[in-house]
Design a protein around this ligand. Structure first.
Ligand code: 5GP
Ligand code: MN
Length: 316
């Protein structure tokens, strides 16, 4: 598979790189890492991202121009990175019709295999780690820009080397990135110690809604539209709130339910050890990984909480 990808990257000249909406550090790191790699081997590269780069990843070096629509697509090879479901690149996914050459590189357990080439490694910590192996096939130099993006992808998708997807290889690849100038403390500061105060005002509202159920196994918090308004915060400020709930002793499943504009809610789930939230979110039409997954459900936050609790009480 990796040989096939190598051939495409070598023989084709024009590429468009993209990832999922609501992008995390692995999505952004993979996309920008691939951008700089392709530039380094002399290719023409476009980058498409429906959402903006979240403030916590704004320090990552990336292309000057990020395109926000797919309408003027040429004959580019489409590289979809870290995206388990083609619909998650945004509502213009339908412009990527059958005749498009899509290369799908990912590590989500629930990947839809929507590409002409599907390089999906469930056991990889991150898409950035998979890209590292691809880049190594070329003998091209790893630049600081590539290294910083790869490091950040692995670092964030392993929850700073805390989640069960953390392997020896993560440390080895990240260690190697230090040779190219990456500073772990700089990355940690940018990602974790660089928040606007609105985030904490919002967090104080959210924590008040904590409900622990299933005999202490499940912790759920809600984030309503009113809370966003009250503290003048936006969706981005709530990134990672679900991780705090996972820190509660004994919690097996942590859930954050965020109200969206359209009468729906975004549900984020995190689990410890053997509880598979990817499968649970799959039942609701979403997906993800065993220990980190999401889905979108109709209803107000309280209603969504009841729907989710019902399924969890059957599953746990
Ligand atoms: P988060 O809760 O941080 O948005 O997402 C956790 C993980 O689940 C990420 O790997 C993300 O890509 C995946 N994920 C989140 N929401 C969805 C969804 O609606 N559908 C699918 N297929 N995956 C999702
Ligand atoms: Mn990822």
């Amino acid at each position: 598979m990796i040989e096939k990808i190598k051939r495409v990257l070598e023989h084709e000249n024009k590429f468009l790189v993209t990832t999922h909406v609501d992008p995390d550090g692995d999505a952004i790191g993979s996309m920008f890492g691939m951008y700089f790699f392709l530039k380094a081997i002399g290719k023409t590269v476009r980058v498409y991202l429906k959402d903006s780069v979240p403030y916590r990843y704004a320090f990552l070096p990336g292309p000057e121009k990020i395109e926000k629509d797919l309408k003027n697509l040429g004959q580019e090879v489409i590289l979809v990175l870290d995206c388990g479901d083609i619909k998650r690149i945004g509502d213009e996914y339908n412009l990527l019709t059958e005749d498009r050459f899509i290369v799908n590189i990912d590590h989500h357990e629930t990947n839809g295999m929507f590409g002409k080439i599907n390089h999906v490694l469930k056991d990889a910590s991150s898409t950035a780690e998979i890209l590292y192996d691809i880049f190594m096939q070329f003998g091209a130099p790893i630049t600081y820009e590539i290294a910083l993006n790869i490091y950040t992808g692995i670092f964030t998708d392993t929850g700073s080397f805390r989640f069960p997807n953390t392997t020896e290889k993560c440390f080895r690849v990240c260690g190697e990135m230090l040779h190219f100038g990456v500073s772990p403390s700089y990355v940690a500061q940018m990602v974790y110690e660089n928040h606007p105060r609105e985030r904490f005002l919002l967090l104080s509202e959210v924590l008040r809604t904590l409900e622990v159920s299933e005999g202490g196994d499940v912790g759920i918090v809600l984030l309503t539209s009113e809370m966003f308004k009250k503290v003048n915060a936006n969706y981005e400020h709530s990134d990672g709130f679900v991780e705090y709930i996972k820190e509660i002793k004994g919690i097996k499943v942590a859930i954050l339910i965020r109200e969206l504009e359209n009468g729906k809610c975004k549900v984020s789930m995190r689990s410890k050890d053997n509880v598979n939230v990817g499968r649970i979110c799959g039942k609701f039409g979403g997906g993800g990984h065993k220990n980190a997954a999401g889905c979108i459900l109709e209803g107000k936050p309280e209603e969504v909480r009841e729907k989710v609790k019902k399924v969890l009480s059957e599953e746990l």
